[in-house]
Write a new protein. Sequence first.
Length: 224
Amino acid sequence: MTNNRNLPTANSQQPTANRQPPTANCLPPTQKGRQYEMRAQGLREFAGLRSDHQPLDPFKLASYARLLVVSFDQVTGLSPEARDHLLGDGKDLWSGGAASKRLPDGSKLIILNPQHSPARHKATLMEEISHVFLGHQPSRLQIEKKTRDGRTIARDYNAEIEEEAYSTGAAALVPYTALERMVRSGRTVPEIARHYGVSRALVEYRIKVSRLWELYKNNIFSKP
Ligand SMILES: [Zn+2]
């Protein structure tokens, strides 16, 4: 798959003439939240969305990030045991995977867990797109931690980078300004999730990190 419009990385992005600097009340109250939100707005703008109310389709963005989503069935070379594990006992242990080597055309394969819902696929794929957009180096994602005697104890998935990618992706899927408006007007988590085509868990996460949970509870429980 080729395209001539590649996703720019957050740092290389040129300011566009019609981009307004976001005003303070368009942004969440925490410092981290504001950083994620501004990058998420950059992603939404790249996706051609005109309002924060519009749902974002990460599958349309994926090819610009040179990510090629393939179905689990298209993966060859897995042993029957590995396949059974990934789809059975281990199905809750992974949400998606990116191939470590790029294809000859520069794109990267992404596999989404077929046992997960389309709503979860969106968040997983959005995280992968954010890694590209934020310019994360794949080599930094998987560092093996060793004990003093050289034994590998755990993989450090670089929590900070993972948080940045997940949070930016989540903010792109459910933008703060629209979320704040919906919460204020008494929309419920399932309603908001349905509107954006994401999971309820993701909406709850966005409400909490945006410090809107108190407002949400008050509005929901005072509903007639
Ligand atoms: Zn990640």
